[in-house]
Design a protein around this ligand. Structure first.
Ligand SMILES: NC(=O)c1ccc[n+]([C@@H]2O[C@H](COP(=O)([O-])OP(=O)(O)OC[C@H]3O[C@@H](n4cnc5c(N)ncnc54)[C@H](O)[C@@H]3O)[C@@H](O)[C@H]2O)c1
Length: 340
């Protein structure tokens, strides 16, 4: 460790790389960003200028080899994650990696083995676990406040689909988007899913179907402890980012609503209305991005396990592969059927 501040480097200056760079630069004084790299050098330069990052590295390798850097944040596309995790682990760097770790379990296992051998810390970017609403739901379930949980409902709809170029390299809706909800389901219920059934379709944009993907899905989860859950996904909700959960139990229920930019209601002779919810993940989950990186930095400084482990990164990928298999084969799929 270099003094008190954790010295970080970021790989990837796209949508999420920029969010993390801004968080480290403006919200977390316990860290210092030393370098950023992106295949698109201009993107890296723009983020570096905005966030006062002193160095734009020529490649991820340059960041990983930098002896001044303690930890790397991997924010490049999913297909690049495993090679970068392995390289960073071998160089003794602690790693924060965006979700999902990879599309295949074999590759994930290679990455986790490298992390284990090197003895470095790894945290996966399931930021929603740090959202105040969902933390409160987990508390209510864990403390027994709503009794024994019976049913879980997750609604998770994006305001608009990402560009087709992103869809094509995303691994599909279950590995790219539902993956957050699979993690949320495990986190809220505090148990593992054993069986998944998926109904899905292409209802937003036929081009998404032509790219081999779905844009609408309903996933039914059966947990080992008997809880039944649903995840309801759409790539396009015209009223904005729709992110709600409910857990129903023997002594009551707990539910969360969308988050709004203000609390105002507008009343006229025709209707009572509010403004639309915060539009997308950058706005809706801002605080959770801060808290997840703060937790990572604290874990590294104190050399204790991170709150979202490599295994927490692996299990939602098993769930995503099961969800797609269920859709393809029109049947419930047990997670034990999914292997590397
Ligand atoms: N936690 C979240 O809420 C969240 C949100 C968005 C994306 N993500 C994840 O983050 C990752 C990136 O997604 P994004 O939306 O930021 O994508 P993006 O396409 O906006 O940005 C990716 C950036 O990586 C760069 N890049 C590509 N290959 C590279 C390489 N080998 N080395 C360095 N840079 C490279 C690209 O030029 C681009 O600037 C994905 O794994 C995605 O699933 C997570």
């Amino acid at each position: 460790m270099n003094g008190k501040k954790l010295h970080c480097g970021i790989i990837g200056a796209g949508r999420i790389g920029r969010v993390h760079a801004e968080t480290l630069a403006f919200r977390l004084p316990e860290s210092q960003l030393l370098a950023i790299a992106d295949l698109n050098r201009e993107a890296a330069q723009a983020v570096a200028a905005r966030c006062n990052i002193p160095k734009v590295a020529a490649s991820p390798t340059e960041i990983i080899a930098d002896p001044e850097i303690d930890a790397v944040l991997i924010c490049s596309p999913t297909a690049t994650h495993v090679d970068l995790i392995v390289q960073a682990a071998q160089a003794g760097k602690h790693i924060f990696c965006e979700k999902p770790i990879a599309f295949s379990l074999q590759k994930i296992d290679d990455a986790l083995a490298a992390v284990n051998t090197a003895g470095v810390l790894l945290q996966i970017g399931f930021n929603r676990r740090f959202d105040a609403n969902f933390v409160r739901v987990r508390q209510a379930v864990a403390s027994g406040e709503i009794g024994v949980p019976n049913l879980l409902h997750i609604v998770s709809r994006d305001p608009a689909p990402p560009p087709l170029s992103y869809i094509r390299s995303s691994g599909g809706i279950f590995l790219d988007m539902t993956i957050h909800d699979f993690d949320m389901a495990r986190f809220l219920v505090g148990d593992e899913v054993e069986e998944i059934y998926t109904a899905g379709g292409v209802m937003v944009d036929p081009a998404i179907g032509e790219a081999g993907d779905l844009d609408t899905a309903l996933v039914v989860l059966r947990f080992r402890n008997g809880v039944i859950g649903t995840i309801d996904n759409s790539r396009k909700a015209v009223y904005g980012y729709d992110q709600r959960v409910e857990v129903f139990g023997s002594k009551g229920k707990i539910a969360t609503e969308n988050v709004y930019p203000n609390q105002a209601t507008i009343s006229t002779c025709k209707s009572v209305s509010t403004d639309l919810p915060l539009n997308f993940f950058m706005e809706r989950y801002t605080e959770s991005f801060v808290l997840e990186l703060q937790a990572f930095i604290q874990a590294v400084i104190e050399q204790r396990p991170t709150p979202v482990s490599g295994m927490d990164g692996r299990i939602p990928v098993v769930m995503a592969l099961a969800a797609r298999k269920s859709f393809d084969e029109h049947r419930p799929v047990r997670l034990e059927e999914i292997s590397a």
